[in-house]
Design a protein around this ligand. Structure first.
Ligand code: SF4
Length: 322
């Protein structure tokens, strides 16, 4: 709690961030406000995030935040498939320009570790290794908050993006971070959408937008490439939940050779189930990490496949965004 108060004091000292709600519009990002009923008491996002963070801390004693539902006691030193401990570690915190244009540039805070094991992961070890990076404490935490505050106050970024790895496995730390930020700063949750109703309940009303992956169009590819079971039903449920609770951008990275098995069925599902969702089709695949385990993933994405993929999206009537 002391750290939170210090953080708030720091924000107030670096500028009148509390009254700078207009920054969100002057820099071009439509601020997506909280849904009615999502806020407690005084309606402050910081207060909501702080309350949820406290609940999340207790849930670390029996974790069900991702669909692995391993139920380990992370407070007692037990570790589940994500290998994450009780404190979220951060391996990168910087301004980035590679995300969707409507939220970009972002100040991206990346938490270490993930509950999935996608062989094509292009951020490599830190995304998998929950011990990578560090837990920002004391002056380091204040410095991080100061950097975010200055980036926002100066108009250098349009939003803060919390990502990973996968941030869902670090819900308590992520919510504590949001609880130290000004309400006016748009915050974006970048997720693999492999969470649970429990994690969704903690996130409800806190984030202005989700950028959520729909990586595969069938369970066989998900099992082979990301070693995860029941991928489609889990992610579909979470995307539908998110669409009803926040602004949703669904991201699909086109995998070489997966046009018909993954993108085509994913596009059809989106068209039928989430016709209002914004869809970000990413075509810049390159064969990083363990992609060479899969013959079709050994080469970068092909232009001809990208063109066909966009045509599929257009014909499906998707709301494609850049
Ligand atoms: S987030 Fe980690 S500890 Fe929690 S359910 Fe998932 S794998 Fe288990």
């Amino acid at each position: 709690m002391e750290a939170t108060l210090l953080s708030l004091a720091l924000f107030q000292s670096v500028g009148s961030l509390e009254r700078d709600f207009t920054l969100a519009t002057t820099t071009g990002l439509n601020p997506i406000r909280l849904r009615d009923g999502g806020n407690p008491g005084n309606g402050s996002r910081r207060a909501l995030a702080s309350q949820r963070a406290a609940i999340a801390r207790e849930q670390l004693g029996e974790c069900h935040w991702c669909a692995h539902r391993c139920g380990v006691n992370r407070l007692a030193g037990q570790r589940g498939p994500c290998h994450a401990g009780p404190e979220g570690r951060i391996f990168s915190a910087r301004i980035e320009v590679g995300d969707e244009s409507d939220v970009c540039p972002v100040f991206a805070v990346s938490f270490s570790g993930c509950d999935l094991r996608c062989d094509f992961c292009n951020t490599g070890r830190e995304s998998w290794d929950a011990s990578a990076g560090s837990v920002p404490e004391g002056v380091e935490r204040e410095a991080l908050l100061g950097r975010i505050g200055r980036a926002w106050e100066s108009g250098a970024v349009r939003s803060l993006m919390i990502l990973g790895g996968e941030p869902t496995i670090h819900l308590s730390s992520a919510l504590e971070l949001v609880a130290a930020l000004p309400d006016a700063l748009p915050v974006v949750w970048k997720t693999n959408a492999h969470g649970t109703p429990e994690s969704n309940a903690l996130l409800d009303g806190v984030f202005d937008a989700w950028v959520a992956d729909l990586k595969f169009g069938n369970d066989d590819c998900a099992r082979r490439i990301a070693r995860v079971e029941r991928y489609c039903s889990t992610v579909h449920d979470n995307l539908q939940w998110a669409a009803g609770h926040t602004r949703l951008i669904v991201r699909h990275l086109l995998l070489p050779g997966h046009l018909d098995c993954c993108w085509r069925p994913a596009a059809a599902w989106l068209a039928e189930q989430l016709p209002q969702a914004e869809v970000s089709l990413r075509t810049g695949f390159w064969p990083g990490w363990f992609s060479d385990r899969h013959p079709e993933l050994k080469t970068p994405g092909r232009r001809s496949e990208a063109q066909e993929a966009f045509q599929i999206g257009i014909e499906a009537g998707l709301r494609l965004i850049e």
